[in-house]
Design a protein around this ligand. Structure first.
Ligand code: SF4
Ligand code: SF4
Length: 73
């Protein structure tokens, strides 16, 4: 599939994240994931290359834990 990327990419601010998974559910591109890492549940952008910068995840996040930052990849 082809889609246009914006100059922004999602970034999860760990300290604000409650790991509710809402962002993972709305991302149509599978860029976000909630996973257990070394015994800790974390939500993060697993594949920034898949993120289009649409901002949906940031809009649904109840903790305002997602910021759109300038693309680094
Ligand atoms: S929606 Fe926000 S609080 Fe919920 S898992 Fe995603 S980043 Fe964390
Ligand atoms: S900005 Fe859009 S494409 Fe990127 S992680 Fe969030 S919902 Fe997915």
């Amino acid at each position: 599939m082809f889609w246009r990327k914006s100059k922004f990419v999602a970034d999860v601010i760990e300290e604000r994240c409650r790991n509710c998974g809402d962002c993972v559910g709305v991302c149509r591109h599978g860029a976000l994931v909630t996973a257990e890492i070394q015994g800790e549940t974390r939500t993060f952008v697993d594949d920034p290359g898949r993120c289009t910068g649409c901002g949906k995840c940031a809009r649904v996040c109840p903790g305002r834990a997602i910021e759109m930052v300038e693309r680094y990849c």
